[in-house]
Design a binder for this molecule. Structure first.
Ligand SMILES: *Cc1c(COP(=O)(O)O)cnc(C)c1O
Length: 431
C-alpha cells in the first residue's frame, strides 16, 4: 500500500517510509491510497476466526508488501497477547474493555504494533532509530512498554516534572534498557516544543534517524481497527444496529473505527464522546471547525483543542459535512457530569469505570434516547486504577491495583532532569 500526504505537497510513499518518517515532509498526515473492502465470506465466517486471524485480514492490505505475511502474523501475535472482553452494563450498553494490556490503556495495541514494525524495518541496520516522544501521561507509558527490548530502536520520552500521576511516572521511568525518561522542568507544552525543535535541528537529523510515536503515525493508528472487529465478532449474533461510543481526544481511535466500517464492517453509527474540549461537538452543530486551547479536565487524555486526526476523518467522508454527519454524532460533558456518571455506573450497575469511559457511557445514554433500537458499545479506554485518586474519591471505594501496576509501583524511578533544549540535544548526541 502506498500513502499520500493530506497536505498534498509531498510525494506518495510506502508503508515503510510512512512509519519511519511519521509525518510527511510537507507536515501532512499520511493516508492510504485505497481501501478495499473485505470479502462477504470473511464477515459470514467471522465467528470461526481467531482474533489473530481477524487482525491479520483487517490490516494486511495496509502493510503489504513491506511486511511479508509471515512476519505480519508474528507481529500480530506479539501485539495481541491480552484480552478485549465485552462486559454488559445495561440492556443496550456494553463496555468493550481495552485496558487489559501492560500499561492498562488502549494505546498499548498501537504502540506494540508500531514498535514491532519499526524493529522489523530496522533489523539489518547498524544505526538505531530513535523514537522521541513528549507525553502528558498515557502515551509515554504505552510507548515505553511497547518498545521495551525491541532491537534497533531507542526510545526517549520527555515528561513534565511533577505533572504526571505517580503511576504514570513509574510506568515511564522504571524500565531501563532501550528506554530513557527525561524529566523536564516545565509543562507538557515545553516537552512538546523541545521535541519539535529536535525534529527541525539539522545537526541532529543529519547524524541520527528520529521519529515520533503518536497517533499521526500510521502504524499506531491503523491497528486500532482491531477493537471494532472483535466487538462485532462478540455481539453480532445478539444485536443488530451496533453503535460505538468512543471517548475521543486526537480522534485516532474513532477514525480507525471508521476505517473498519470502510472495510465493510457493519457499524450502524459512531458517537464521539468528548469532555469540555468540544471542537467536534460544536462543528457538528454549527459546521464551523474552530480549534481552541485545551482545557484541563479529569479525563485528561482527551484534553485536546485541535484533534490531529480529524483531517483523516474528513478525508474518509470526502470532505462532505452531510456524509460525515450521517455517520457521526458527538456529545460533550463537564467534569461534574462525568463524576455523577462514575457514581451511577458504580451504584446502579456495579461497574467501576474510569473518567474517559464514563464520558463514553453518558454519550451512549444520550444517543439511545432518540435511537432506542441501537446497541451501544462504549470503548473503555483505560483501567480505573490509572485514575485512582479521582475514581476513589468519587465512588468512595478503594480500587484494587491490578498486578501490572502493583509490580511497577515497587520499582525504582530512573530519570534525567532537563531544563532546556540544549540539555536534550547534548543528551541525544552523547548517548
Ligand atoms: C489517548 C486516550 C484517549 C483518546 O484517544 P484518541 O485516539 O486520541 O481520540 C481516550 N482515553 C484514554 C484513556 C486515552 O489514553
Amino acid at each position: 500500500m502506498n500513502y499520500y500526504s493530506l497536505n498534498m505537497k509531498a510525494p506518495n510513499t510506502t508503508f515503510k517510509e510512512a512509519v519511519v518518517k511519521g509525518l510527511a515532509p510537507d507536515k501532512g498526515l499520511y493516508f492510504p491510497e485505497s481501501i478495499t473492502p473485505l470479502s462477504k465470506s470473511f464477515f459470514n465466517n467471522i465467528q470461526d476466526l481467531s482474533r489473530h486471524e481477524i487482525a491479520f485480514e483487517a490490516i494486511k492490505q495496509f502493510v503489504s508488501p513491506d511486511i511479508p505475511e509471515k512476519e505480519l502474523k508474528l507481529i500480530i501475535e506479539e501485539t495481541l497477547n491480552f484480552d478485549f472482553p465485552i462486559v454488559p452494563i445495561t440492556q443496550n450498553i456494553s463496555s468493550l474493555e481495552l485496558f487489559h494490556g501492560p500499561t492498562l490503556a488502549f494505546k498499548d495495541v498501537g504502540a506494540r504494533f508500531m514498535s514491532r514494525c519499526l524493529g522489523y524495518f530496522n533489523k539489518d541496520n547498524n544505526e538505531n532509530i530513535t523514537v522521541l516522544v513528549a507525553t502528558s501521561g498515557d502515551t509515554g507509558g504505552a510507548v515505553a512498554h511497547g518498545f521495551l527490548g525491541v532491537k534497533g530502536v531507542d526510545v526517549v520520552i520527555l515528561y513534565p516534572s511533577g505533572k504526571v500521576s505517580d503511576i504514570q511516572e513509574k510506568q515511564l521511568t522504571t524500565l531501563g534498557k532501550n528506554i530513557s525518561a527525561l524529566e523536564v522542568d516545565g509543562v507538557f507544552d515545553d516537552c512538546q516544543d523541545m521535541v519539535k525543535q529536535a525534529f527541525l535541528d539539522k545537526e541532529l537529523t543529519s547524524v541520527m534517524q528520529l521519529t515520533s510515536a503518536n497517533s499521526i503515525n500510521v502504524a499506531r493508528w491503523l491497528p486500532q481497527m482491531f477493537y471494532y472487529f472483535f466487538a462485532y465478532q462478540d455481539l453480532s449474533k445478539q444485536h443488530k444496529n451496533i453503535v460505538f461510543s468512543v471517548p475521543s481526544g486526537n480522534f485516532g481511535n474513532i477514525c480507525a473505527g471508521m476505517m473498519a466500517q470502510r472495510l465493510g464492517l457493519p457499524i450502524h453509527h459512531f458517537i464521539a464522546a468528548n469532555n469540555s474540549n468540544n471542537v467536534v461537538t460544536n462543528y457538528l452543530k454549527t459546521q464551523k471547525y474552530e480549534p481552541q486551547p485545551a482545557i484541563a479536565t479529569i479525563s485528561n487524555a482527551m484534553d485536546v483543542g485541535n484533534p490531529s486526526n480529524f483531517i483523516r476523518i474528513e478525508e474518509l467522508f470526502g470532505k462532505s459535512f452531510n456524509e460525515l454527519s450521517t455517520h457521526l454524532t458527538s456529545y460533550s460533558y463537564s467534569d461534574e457530569a462525568t463524576k455523577k456518571a462514575l457514581k451511577r455506573l458504580y451504584f446502579d450497575y456495579n461497574y467501576i469505570a474510569d473518567p474517559h469511559g464514563a464520558v463514553g457511557f453518558l454519550a451512549a445514554e444520550d444517543y439511545l434516547k432518540t435511537n432506542p433500537n441501537a446497541h451501544c458499545v462504549v470503548l473503555e479506554t483505560a483501567h480505573p486504577a490509572k485514575f485512582l485518586d479521582i475514581v476513589e474519591e468519587t465512588i468512595r471505594e478503594n480500587i484494587e491495583l491490578p498486578a501490572q501496576l502493583d509490580k511497577v509501583m515497587k520499582k525504582k524511578k530512573k530519570s534525567l532532569k532537563m531544563a532546556t533544549y540544549h540539555d536534550l540535544k547534548y543528551f541525544l548526541l552523547n548517548r
